[in-house]
Every structure is written in C-alpha cells, then in structure tokens.
Design a protein around this ligand. Sequence first.
Ligand SMILES: [Fe+2]
Length: 438
Amino acid sequence: METKTTISMLLLCVLLSISLPAVRTDYVRPQPRKNLQFPWNPKHPSLPQQVHLSLAGENHMRISWVTDGKSAPSIVEYGTSPGEYTLSSQGEATSYNYLFYSSGKIHHTVIGPLEHDTVYFYRCGGQGPEFQLKTPPGQFPVTFAVAGDLGQTGWTKSTLDHIDKCIYDVHLLPGDLSYADCLQHRWDTFGELVQPLASARPWMVTQGNHEKEKIPFFTDAFASYNARWKMPFEESESASNLYYSFEVAGVHVVMLGSYTDYDELSDQYSWLKADLSKVDRKKTPWLVVLFHVPWYNSNYAHQGEGDGMMAAMEPLLYAAGVDLVLTGHVHAYERSKRVNKGKSDPCGAVHITIGDGGNREGLAQKYVHPTPEWSVFREASFGHGELKIVNSTHAFWSWHRNDDDEPVRSDQVWLNSLIGSGCLEEKTYESRKILFSP
Ligand SMILES: [Fe+2]
C-alpha cells in the first residue's frame, strides 16, 4: 500500500513538474500598460525635435533630428565646452509621404573626427537647446545597454528610466522601435520619447516586423524607418540600411535584417560573408550579432519563425566564431548556452532573446516543455540588458527585470570570448573555410 502511495505521489510530482512553467513562480507578472499620452506641443518650425545619435564610421557620429520647417538648415555646431561651438558640420535632409501624412524635414549630419570617451556639447540647426553627448571609449571596457521591442507604453518609460540610470556607452536595439504600425505620428512621438537618451548616447538599431509598413501599390516597406533611423550602412560597405556593421572599442557588431532576403543568393548574405571575413580578432576580439527574429526560442510565441534565416546564415556565424547573438520579437527574456545547429556547442554563439522592452502587446508567457537542453534561463517579464565587455576575453552580461518599476538584476553571467578557445584556429575549424570560399 505504502509503495503504491509513493508511486502515485511520484507520478503526481512528475506531472506537476511537466505542467508547471519553467519560469519564476514567486513573482506576479504585471499586466501590459497603456500607450503613453503625448499632449500636442507645437514647436517653432526651426527647432529640433526627436534628436538621436548613431555611430557613423571611425570616430564619427551621425546626429539626426526633425524640424517642422522645411527651410531649417542641417547644420550641427559642437565643441567640448558648453556654449562654445568651435566646430561645425553640414549634413543632408530628407522627408517622405505616407498616404495622407507628410513627414517633417529629417536631418542627418555627421560630425567628427571626435575624441574617444569625451563629452561634446552640440546644437542642431543653428539655434535651439544645447544637447550633450559622450563618445564611446577607444578601448575596453565598453558597456552596451540592450532593449528590444520598445514601443511607447508605461512599461517602455519604465525600461528607459532604468537604462538612463545605468552607465553605458552605446544602446543596441534588436528591432521593433515605435510600434507606429502605419500611424506615422507615432514615429514622431517615439522620437520625442527616446530623445533624452538617444541624444546623449548612440542608438544602434535594426528593423523588426513593426518597422515594415508596406501598403501594396502605395508605400515601401521601410520608408519611415529608413528615412528616420539612418544607420552606418554606407560606412560598412552595405547597400542597404537594413544590414550593416560597426566597431566600437574592441567589438565588431553586425546588425542583420530578419525582413530582407537572407538566402545564399541574396545581397545580405554576400555582404555578411564579406564583412565577417574581414573581422580582425586582434583588433576586435569580440564579435556580436543582432537581428530581430530569434533562432533559439523556447517560447510558444513566434516558434520556428527564424528557422529559414538560421538555416541560411548560422554556418557563416559559426565559421566566423560569433560570441553573442542578441534578438527581440518574442516579448520575454531567454539566454542559451553556446549553441550551433540546434544544440549546445562550445564553439557556437550564446543567443539572448530580449524583446521585452515594454510594448503594448504584453508578455509572451507560454513556454515549450520540457525546456530544451540549450536553454539556460527564460522568464516572461519586461526589462533590459547590460553587456559590459571588460577585456578581450571576459564580459559580464546582466538582465534587469522591471519589478514594480524597480530594476532587479534577475540573470547574470560571465561570458568568455572565443579568443584562445581553439575554436578560431584554422586547423581545428574546417567550417571556417565557408567564409573564404568564392
Ligand atoms: Fe517583432
């Protein structure tokens, strides 16, 4: 009888452990928050709005902003002391129409050469408020803030407030920015929402599905995104704003497009192969890749959506010895072991899904069971990540959950780069040949 009861209890425990979600159970996950309200706040037509920065080639930055007035100049004046603008740069401007919406004048002006790790004061369009930026360091340590799928809700604000409190050099955003979804004024309100952070540190972004606003016969897929968030694609010899790379301190960062062609005959594939084959690990010991749709995802949300891109491009990333892949799309957090071809592999990349910036669609809370062997940590909460690359071999990753509006470090790990691991040696790594084959 006793044996029978014990077996029944064991069975019950097994059943419970299968049905319980493998996420923290002592934390009550908050509900989605509503979109923020942005009161109409007209500005003088020449005054800059939606100011944001991006890295634009070695020692240069691009300053982007919008004016309502079409005659406002695309000039940036800057210097290292407040109010003393000893330098200036002239840029270019663009605009676009989307059905009945006409954008303001969108200015893009590259400044530099700039000193590393230096505060600059600047002014856009020859008038208006003074902004302040800090350039990234020229060597380790360097820190990245990471948050994807931001949107513009109360949770977005909470995430941005937490990032604002952290000391970082560059913001990385793996897609889904404004959740404008064809309502173009939302691009403007998003630009205003992120300006306090994005005018002070470079924001390096790639596109998600919410940037794809194609209306057949009327509009291009990424018309708004490309006009507003110009990234250094020309500087990295890419033909498209949808994929590019940049280097900061000792890190080579590749930004890929999940929503543009990625097969072996595509421009993106050719560009990626060429870009990865040029990476000099002595100069940039760390190799990091971002795109929107995760390849390693054990959440039910968007299950399998990344399989096509993974089949095409994972061999290139593996051959190049990518250390870390950061993705979004799934509104939850997940960190993998080093993986390749769907399973653990000490020479593969660590994949982190961080599509939990705070958008209006809420969290993705259903997970696949049992947990795949490659998945180390998964939790459906809003939050942001911080990646501090300490030196050529060590980096510290942490994920900070938005816990009742207080950032709580919920996952953390020391990462080792593949430098010195043996994985990058030609002799032991046959697959590296794929990078150099014609
Ligand atoms: Fe998405």
